[in-house]
Write a protein that binds this ligand. Structure first.
Ligand SMILES: [Zn+2]
Length: 463
């Protein structure tokens, strides 16, 4: 299995640290507001890498954090508005109530789009001691320093590799006059907070060796990934927007603390756009799972829609494309039901399609090519219905479209329907087409879809 590594900027063979097991970490939801389809496309990347690795025979451990503290402040603005605090004021709830509410809704939305829940979803607020330990280690190793206010900063100049992921090296950051956090006590404008002292009125704060405060956002992912996956693991995912500063800072923290490389492969997903703009709360163009449901779409069809574009590319969401994807997934489910029981053995044409699908998935998740294999299978006269059923059932382990749904919901025709079907087959055998058409109309009037197949008339309830 090959994946594009943002660190080396090449597609590489996935070689797990521990033979046979892939250890993954995904940056998870920030729980002071609902997730949108753009977030879900990013979370789906981790889900798809996990499914693809399992399809290749690996065991996979996936850890995805829940950010319920630390990402709540807009660090580039001097007023530093705490977003959790704003949500609390808006909704009249306590921090934990806000976090619980939006964690629950994030998990529901993830499952609605077929994301299998990670093996572990640690919460940042449950790992404050680990973040304090990591910060202390970084101070001891000369990578961090305490300032008068009680905040602790990472000293980016102490980590020569700073910038290796994003290309934002310390020199470039200095030259670019970027909108970096302003604290006159910092040694370098690019230094970032590991721990921040609690200002007046702050509700979410914890005791620390440096006084009451709260952790920076980046430190939570270093602390939790290494706690659960160890100081060498295989794949770390996130959206392109997390490459800098979040993942760059995570590398500086984790590698600064343990003295060697921690993550082998950094996988980043492209944005989802709506009307040409990245979907984001700030752009006011957020689409949520709720809206898919309101419009009558199966949220799983959003997966099929995303499969049409390589995961690293930006993708445009349109309601027209969503409607097409929805129809296609429903059609595939009907076909699966119509194909009857799966074959045990595969003939040469089916085996050929199977290897095309598998190669596409293993080739840096080339899902547009995998989708072509699905479409070709659907129309391939050299593949039997039983083989088609067997292949799609297998491929659905990666696709996650619940393609067996219609086949599972066993629909049994009534005796009257059976009698009409038998009568129609007789009429067709007798070439009595007016009678055959009349019987078809009667079946249709009963709410059935009537199909002429090589085995005779087949009926099923219309959608
Ligand atoms: Zn993270």
């Amino acid at each position: 299995m090959r994946l594009y590594n943002s660190l080396s900027r090449t597609v590489e063979e996935l070689v797990p640290v521990e033979s046979g097991r892939v250890k993954m970490y995904a940056c998870g939801p920030t729980v002071y507001r609902s997730v949108h389809l753009g977030n879900l496309r990013t979370f789906m990347l981790a889900d798809l890498i996990r499914r693809a690795a399992e399809f290749e025979g690996y065991r996979v451990t996936l850890v995805q954090n829940v950010t319920d503290v630390g990402h709540m402040t807009d660090e580039s603005s001097p007023e530093a508005v705490d977003k959790m605090q704003l949500a609390m004021e808006d909704e009249g709830l306590q921090p934990l109530e806000i976090a619980d509410k939006y964690t629950k809704s994030a998990l529901e939305d993830m499952q609605a789009v077929g994301i299998r829940l990670p093996d572990l979803m640690p919460k940042a607020t449950d790992h404050i001691p680990e973040m304090i330990d990591l910060t202390e280690t970084l101070i001891e190793r000369g990578h961090a320093y305490l300032v008068d206010t009680g905040s602790v900063y990472y000293d980016v100049a102490s980590f020569p590799d700073y910038g290796k992921l994003s290309g934002n090296t310390v020199d470039k950051l200095k030259a670019g006059h970027r909108d970096l956090e302003t604290d006159p006590a910092k040694r370098n404008p690019a230094d970032f907070a590991l721990w921040k002292s609690a200002g007046p009125g702050r509700l979410m704060k914890w005791p620390s060796p440096w006084g009451e405060g709260f952790p920076g956002w980046h430190v939570e992912c270093s602390a939790m990934s290494m706690k659960y996956l160890g100081d060498r693991f295989d794949v770390h995912t996130g959206g392109n927007d997390l490459k800098f500063p979040h993942h760059e800072d995570e590398i500086a923290q984790s590698e600064g603390a343990v003295g060697h490389q921690v993550v082998s492969t950094w996988a980043h997903g492209g944005f989802l756009r709506l009307t040409g703009q990245k979907i984001a709360k700030s752009a006011g163009n957020v689409v949520r799972v709720e809206e898919l449901l309101e419009r009558g779409y199966d949220p799983l069809a959003f997966r099929w829609l995303t499969f049409q574009t390589r995961y690293r590319s930006e993708m445009d969401f349109t309601w027209e494309a969503m409607a097409t994807a929805d129809q296609r997934v429903k059609q595939l489910r009907r076909h699966v039901a119509d194909w009857g029981p799966p074959s045990e053995e595969l003939g040469p044409a089916a085996k050929d399609l199977d290897s095309r699908f598998r190669e596409a998935v293993a080739n840096d998740l080339d899902l547009p090519t995998a989708v072509r294999a699905v479409n070709d299978l659907d129309h391939d006269p050299d593949v039997t219905p039983g083989e088609k059923r067997a292949l799609l059932a297998s491929w659905d382990q990666v696709l996650g479209l619940d393609l067996e749904r219609d086949a599972r919901s066993a629909w049994e025709p009534s005796d009257e329907i059976r009698r009409l079907v038998a009568e129609r087959d007789q009429a067709r055998a007798d070439k009595d087409y007016p009678r055959s058409d009349e019987l078809r109309d009667r079946l249709q009037d009963m709410g059935l879809e009537v199909m002429d197949t090589a085995e005779g008339t087949r009926v099923r309830p219309r959608d």
